[in-house]
Design a binder for this molecule. Structure first.
Ligand SMILES: Cc1ncc(COP(=O)(O)O)c(C=O)c1O
Ligand SMILES: NCC(=O)CCC(=O)O
Length: 411
């Protein structure tokens, strides 16, 4: 496998050394093949909001697997998950299930282009929307970690139709729309960015996106593949009261199995085949096992759970901040709901330019020190950490203590 991995962010290329090879995981813990236990804040890069191998999810899957693993025909499971999603994210009047976040955003972009009869799209520098051609321009996540601006292999005409703007820069996006608004099919945004670490979109920035897209006949797509059921139970649209035209989901909605969803305004979604002519398909779309894991996961979510998890993230980030301050280490923590990041940076951090000022060398040393002591966070400054329902107050205390020891040793 190239780089030894099936997805580049898993390699420890930027921090050095080899990634953990995993044997199994349960709850908030993950175990490598050498028998080491870690408190896991990666959680498969977001999906496992209930923790690993959650009992109800496992039981539901065991029952489901006996009934067949795939049919390639409609099931009640798809309708059930769609209704649950719609209850939590009401702007998704009509939706389609896919098998990854990449497919969800790729299809939403095609739909926006088909619906508006326009080719240009806008994305923000440091936002990541999966690995389809149009979206691999100035992207976050592994592209940021490994310093790649536009991936080789993306034809120039594709990249040229992707216009990029600095995140949270309201003046720049207004300026772009004044010049080219009538050519733009859509704006796609992570409304809380998670692929350059956690950077919340400001309310005024997101409101501006809503206003200018509406005024110019382009569509607003909230990519909530990460923030959906993470930033809050109803996504960032629930937190801000801003309603996009289309939403993409992934990660948590599949409860650890491969699921993505794209959906939104019914008049737009009705353009998808076979209702309309914008082509979208998938052999394993709406797979019964994946639907089952999603249903079992979403059925266990409620507002109180998010309050409890949010309090733990508050305590965790406050504890890390206090420790860094005491040791004189420049550090910024950001968190929204169950997403959190620590940056070795003087701050403030509002966009990709700011986050690039982080001390990546110190991060690499620090990451390896806490990992050696049983704390597994994402191996990059350009990624988000998560929390699950299974993390306890004792886990938080232990994590803060290990961060404190690492500051004592390395600062
Ligand atoms: C915001 C966002 N969009 C899209 C994706 C792509 O999802 P996937 O990796 O499932 O293709 C990701 C994460 O990978 C993401 O964080
Ligand atoms: N924040 C980046 C991701 O979640 C992506 C995971 C992957 O590409 O494996």
């Amino acid at each position: 496998m190239p780089g030894g991995v099936n997805s580049p962010v898993r390699a420890f290329k930027n921090v050095g050394g080899n990634p953990l090879f995993i044997d199994h995981a349960k709850g908030q813990h993950i175990y490598d093949i050498d028998g080491n236990e870690y408190i896991d804040y990666v959680l498969s890069w977001g999906p496992l909001v209930l923790g690993h191998a959650e009992d109800h999810v496992v039981a539901a899957l065991q029952t489901a697997v006996e009934r067949g693993t795939s049919y390639g025909a409609p099931t009640q499971l798809e309708t059930q998950l769609a209704e649950m999603v719609q209850n939590l994210v009401p702007s998704m009047e009509m939706m389609r299930m896919v098998s990854s976040g990449t497919e969800a955003t790729m299809s939403a972009i095609r739909l926006a282009r088909g619906f508006t009869h326009r080719d240009k799209i806008v994305k923000f520098i440091g936002n990541y929307h999966g690995h389809s051609d149009s979206l691999l321009v100035d992207a976050g996540s592994g592209m940021a970690t490994f310093g790649i601006n536009t991936s080789p292999g993306v034809p120039d005409p594709f990249a040229l139709d992707t216009l990029t703007v600095e995140y949270n820069d309201t003046a720049a996006i207004r300026d772009l729309f004044e010049k080219q608004g009538d050519e733009i099919a859509c704006v796609i945004v992570e409304p809380v960015a998670g692929n350059m670490g956690v950077i919340p979109g400001t309310q005024s920035f997101l409101e501006t996106l809503r206003e200018i897209t509406k005024a110019s006949g382009s569509l607003l797509i909230f990519d909530e593949v990460m923030s959906g059921f993470r930033a809050g139970l109803h996504g960032v649209q629930g937190l801000t009261g801003i309603t996009p035209d289309l939403t993409t989901l992934g990660k948590v909605v599949g409860g650890g199995l491969p699921v993505g969803v794209f959906g939104g305004r019914k008049d737009i979604m009705s353009d998808i085949t076979p209702a309309g002519n914008v082509y979208h398909a998938g052999t394993l779309s709406g797979n019964p096992l994946a639907m089952t894991a999603g249903i079992s996961t979403l059925s266990q979510l409620n507002a109180d759970l998010y309050i409890q998890m949010g309090k733990k993230v508050d305590r965790l980030t406050a504890g890390i901040q206090e420790s860094a301050d005491r040791h004189g280490v420049p550090l910024v923590t950001h968190h929204v709901g169950t997403m959190w990041s620590y940056f070795f940076n003087e701050g403030p951090i509002n966009n990709f330019v700011d986050v690039k000022k982080s001390d990546e060398q110190f991060f690499a040393k620090f990451f390896k020190e806490i990992l050696a002591n049983g704390i597994y966070t994402a191996p990059s400054q350009f990624e988000t950490n998560f929390l699950s329902a299974k993390h306890t107050d004792e886990d938080i205390d232990r994590t803060v203590a290990i961060f404190d020891d690492a500051f004592t040793k390395l600062a």
